[in-house]
Design a protein around this ligand. Structure first.
Ligand code: ZN
Ligand code: FE
Length: 255
């Protein structure tokens, strides 16, 4: 039986997601924004929590760990480079490490920039990627602890995953991201199509994620800093992609 996922909103605009392996019964929470919302999702799905896979140390991704661990004795897997800032860590991981959730096997990717030790999890057989606050649909996380160049390298690492990978990110920011993206690439047909889709989803009160990586590559300006027309549109034709990325990120910060 294939892996199952269960996505739910928590806090203001965070997403929690459960990853379930029907074969073994194992269930991982990707990040733990809020214990109550994770508990409610577990009850709704009738799954028991076995693992918590943490992407980065921010409180809106780790605030639920202590209560969940106490109740479920779940194993907490966290980025090695920021484990000291995350409660009750059992296993630390970094680039190329493998993480098992029952019979499911994921790979760890170092994706620093939003935080210095941020990691993402990719499950190749399931084509699922859990990217925290590195990549958002039609956007990306703020560069808080790293440099723009570091963040760009993290984004192109994720961009190299298969096009049909489902991208689970940490927040519902898609509509605002689209309004900004249109200022960078007003004529991009893939962006226009995504905008229509997101408008429909939001009007039905449905989540806009997961998105497919192929769609993001075509429409997300933060994955397109090495496209000549994008560089030109921000007045940086011929400049290195990371500089173009830095300019787009700056503009988003000011928008
Ligand atoms: Zn964050
Ligand atoms: Fe966050």
């Amino acid at each position: 039986m294939p892996a199952q996922t269960h996505l739910f909103l928590c806090l203001q605009d965070n997403y929690g997601v459960l990853l379930h392996d029907p074969q073994s019964g194992a269930t991982a929470a990707i990040d733990a924004p809020e214990a109550g919302a994770v508990e409610a999702a577990l009850r709704a799905a009738r799954w028991g929590l076995t693992d918590i896979l943490v992407t980065h140390h921010h409180a809106d991704h780790t605030g639920g760990i202590a209560a969940l661990k106490e109740r479920h004795h779940a194993r907490v897997v966290a980025p090695a480079r920021e484990a000291a800032r995350i409660p009750l860590v059992d296993v630390t991981v970094a680039e190329n490490d493998k993480v098992r959730v029952g019979s499911l096997e994921g790979s760890v990717y170092d994706t620093p920039g939003h935080t210095a030790g941020h990691i993402s999890y990719f499950f190749p057989a399931e084509k699922l990627a859990f990217v925290g606050d590195t990549l958002f649909s039609i956007g990306c996380g703020r560069v808080i602890e790293g440099t723009a160049e570091m963040m760009w390298n993290s984004l192109i690492k994720l961009r190299a995953l298969p096009d049909d990978t489902a991208i689970y990110c940490g927040h519902e920011y898609t509509a605002a991201n689209i309004r900004f993206a249109k200022t960078i690439e007003p004529q991009n047909p893939a962006l226009a199509q995504r905008a229509r889709e997101v408008e429909r989803l939001r009007s039905e009160n449905k989540p806009t994620i997961p998105s497919r990586l192929g769609e993001e590559k075509a429409a997300n300006p933060f994955l397109r800093a090495d496209v000549p027309e994008v560089a030109k549109s921000v007045g940086l034709a011929g400049k290195p992609a990371w500089q173009v990325f830095a300019e787009i990120r700056e503009r988003k910060n000011r928008s």
